[in-house]
Write a protein that binds this ligand. Structure first.
Ligand SMILES: C[S@@+](CC[C@H](N)C(=O)[O-])C[C@H]1O[C@@H](n2cnc3c(N)ncnc32)[C@H](O)[C@@H]1O
Length: 506
C-alpha cells in the first residue's frame, strides 16, 4: 500500500474515534479526537513484515494497554443481522454454517456501499488476498509437495461448495452480480479468515476496525511458563484456526495442546470494559512495528488462512510419511511426529522410531525407555537417524527442483515483479528457466499492439506474487529436510568418532 493510501485513512481514523475507538488511556471516554490513533500507535507501512500495520507512536512498555475498540464498533453476525431484510432472509437458510452466514452478511453489507454504517471501514479492506483458495492450477502445482497441493485443492473445493450452497440466499437478497460471483465469495471468506478476532459469544468472531491492522508475530521461545498459564485463562487474539470449533482442548494431541497453551494474551474481548483490548506483548521503541500473535501456525497454515508465510517461523514443521507399523507400534498422535523448522526430529518422532527399531521380542521390556527419553543402544539410535535421513533424501530426490534452483527462481520472480521495462521483461522470460516460461504461458501477460512487448497487468502481478509464495514455501520445506539430514549425519558421525556404546536419547 502506497503512502497516498495512508493519507486517505485519515477519514477512517476520525470515524473510528467518533465510535470510541482509542489508543489513549486518558482519553478512552472522549469521542471528540480527530484520530483514534497518535497517542500509542500510528498506521505505517512495513514492507518486509505485512505492509500496512501499526507502529509504536512512542516507547511502549510490555503489557501496556494500547488500543480499545468498544463492542458497538465491532462487526459481528449479530450487529449486521440487525438489518431486518437480511435477518428474515437468513432465517430461511439456517442450514448454512455460521461462517457462511457471516460471509453473506459481509457481502450484503458491502452491497450497501455508502449507506452502510461501516462504509469507512469496509472501504479500506484489502481488495485481494493470496490465501490458498485463490491459487490457480499453475500456482498450486508450484507448491510441488503432495500435502500442500492437497491442502490447496481442499481449500478451493471448500470455497466453491460453500459458495454454491449460499447462492440461493444471496439471490434472494438480490445482491449485485459482482457480489454474487465466486471471486467475491472468496474475497469475503478471506476477509473473515484473515481478519476476524475471537469473541466469546460467537465462534465466527468479529471484524474489528483498527484492531485488525496489527500484523502477525509467531509465538516463539520467548514465552515463559507464567505467560503460558495466563494465556490458557484468557481467550486469544485473532482467530486461531488450528484450534477452531471442531476441536475442544480435551481431545487435542499433546503437542497441539502445548501450542494452545502458548497463545499469548496480547488481545482479547474484556467484559469489564465492554471492549476489545490490545496490550503490547513486548517493549517497543517509537516507530517499531507492534505485532500481534494470531495463533500457532506452520507456514502452510499461514498461507491457507492468511495468505503469507514467515521466513523464520519457529512453528513451521515437516511431516515425513512413516510406514504403517511405525504409527501402530506406539501411542503418539500422528500430528506430534514431525521435523522441527530447525531440522531436528520431534521428541515423539524419535521416540516412535526408537520403539519401532527395538527388535520385536524386546519391545515390551524396553518400550518404556523409548517413551521416557532415557538411554537406549547406539545401534538403535543410529538406525533411527539413518532411517530419518534416508527418507528425507528420498523426499528431496522426488521433488523436481533443488534448494539452489528454487533460490535462483525466487530471484527471477523478484526481477519479474520489479521490471519497469516491458521489452526487457519479455526477453528475460524467454531466456529463463522452464518454470518461468510456464508462468508466461499460464498467465495473461498482455501483448502490446506491436506484439513485441509485454506488460505486467495487476492480475498477472498478483499471480506472480502467489507463484513467489509457492516457491518460497517449497524452498523452506526443502531447507527443513536438508537441515534434518545434516543434523542426523552430524550425530551419527559423532558416535563413530567417540566410539560410544550408549547415548542419552534427548
Ligand atoms: C489482520 S490483517 C493485518 C493488517 C494488514 N496488513 C492490512 O493492511 O490490513 C492480516 C493480514 O496482514 C498480512 N500480514 C500480517 N502479518 C504479516 C507478516 N508478518 N508478514 C506478511 N504479511 C503479514 C497478511 O496479508 C494477513 O492476511
Amino acid at each position: 500500500m502506497e503512502e497516498e493510501e495512508l493519507e486517505t485513512l485519515e477519514g477512517f481514523l476520525e470515524w473510528a474515534a467518533a465510535l470510541g475507538i482509542s489508543d489513549s488511556i486518558q482519553d478512552f471516554q472522549s469521542r471528540k479526537r480527530k484520530s483514534c490513533l497518535g497517542n500509542s500507535l500510528a498506521v505505517s507501512i512495513f514492507p518486509d513484515a505485512g505492509g500496512r500495520g501499526l507502529g509504536a507512536a512512542r516507547d511502549l512498555r510490555k503489557g501496556e494497554l494500547v488500543l480499545r475498540v468498544p463492542k458497538s464498533a465491532l462487526l459481528t453476525r449479530d450487529s449486521i443481522l440487525k438489518d431486518v431484510i437480511l435477518s428474515s432472509a437468513v432465517n430461511g437458510h439456517l442450514y448454512l454454517s455460521p461462517t457462511q452466514i457471516m460471509t453473506v452478511c459481509l457481502l450484503y453489507e458491502m452491497g450497501k456501499g455508502k449507506n452502510s454504517f461501516w462504509y469507512p471501514y469496509l472501504k479500506h479492506l484489502p481488495r485481494s488476498y493470496e490465501i490458498l483458495a485463490t491459487f490457480s492450477e499453475f500456482e498450486k502445482q508450484a507448491l510441488q509437495v503432495d500435502d500442500a497441493i492437497w491442502t490447496t485443492e481442499k481449500a478451493i473445493s471448500k470455497a466453491e461448495s460453500e459458495w454454491k450452497r449460499a447462492n440461493l440466499l444471496m439471490q434472494e437478497l438480490k445482491l449485485k452480480s459482482r457480489l454474487l460471483s465466486l471471486r467475491a465469495w472468496i474475497w469475503a471468506s478471506a476477509t473473515i479468515s484473515s481478519r476476524t478476532l475471537h469473541i466469546p459469544w460467537d465462534d465466527v468472531g468479529c471484524l474489528c476496525p483498527v484492531g485488525d491492522l496489527f500484523n502477525y508475530a509467531a509465538p516463539g521461545e520467548e514465552s515463559n511458563g507464567i505467560e503460558n498459564v495466563e494465556s490458557l485463562m484468557h481467550s486469544s487474539s485473532l482467530q486461531d484456526h488450528s484450534l477452531s470449533t471442531e476441536h475442544s482442548t480435551d481431545n487435542l494431541p499433546v503437542e497441539r495442546y502445548d501450542a494452545h497453551i502458548q497463545r499469548l494474551t496480547d488481545g482479547r474481548f474484556d467484559e469489564d470494559f465492554g471492549a476489545y483490548c490490545f496490550y503490547a506483548r513486548n517493549k517497543y521503541k517509537k516507530g517499531e512495528q507492534v505485532l500481534l500473535i494470531y495463533g500457532t501456525y506452520t507456514n502452510l497454515e499461514l498461507l491457507e488462512h492468511y495468505g503469507f508465510l514467515l521466513k523464520e517461523n519457529p512453528n513451521d514443521k515437516v511431516f515425513i510419511p512413516l510406514e504403517p507399523s511405525m504409527y501402530s507400534s506406539n501411542s503418539w498422535p500422528k500430528e506430534s511426529m514431525y521435523i522441527h523448522q530447525d531440522g531436528k526430529p520431534s521428541f515423539a518422532l524419535l521416540s516412535a522410531l526408537r520403539l519401532w527399531a527395538i527388535p520385536q521380542g524386546q519391545r515390551r521390556s524396553m518400550g518404556h525407555l523409548a517413551y521416557s527419553g532415557s538411554q537406549l543402544s547406539v545401534e538403535n539410535e543410529i538406525s533411527v537417524l539413518k532411517w530419518i535421513s534416508q527418507n528425507c533424501h528420498v523426499i528431496l530426490n522426488n521433488l523436481p527442483t533443488t534448494v539452489e534452483g528454487d533460490s535462483m527462481l525466487l530471484c527471477t520472480i523478484d526481477k519479474i515483479l520489479n521490471f519497469r521495462n516491458p521489452k526487457e521483461l519479455g526477453e528475460m522470460l524467454c531466456r529463463s528457466e522452464s518454470e518461468a516460461c510456464a508462468f508466461l504461458e499460464a498467465s495473461s501477460l498482455q501483448k502490446k499492439e506491436n506484439g513485441a512487448e509485454l506488460l505486467l497487468c495487476s492480475k498477472t502481478k498478483r499471480s506472480a506474487e502467489r507463484w513467489k509464495l509457492a516457491v518460497d514455501w517449497r524452498l523452506r520445506y526443502k531447507k527443513i529436510l536438508t537441515d534434518c539430514i545434516s543434523h542426523c549425519t552430524e550425530i551419527i558421525n559423532s558416535f563413530s568418532s567417540q566410539n560410544v556404546s550408549t547415548v542419552r536419547t534427548q
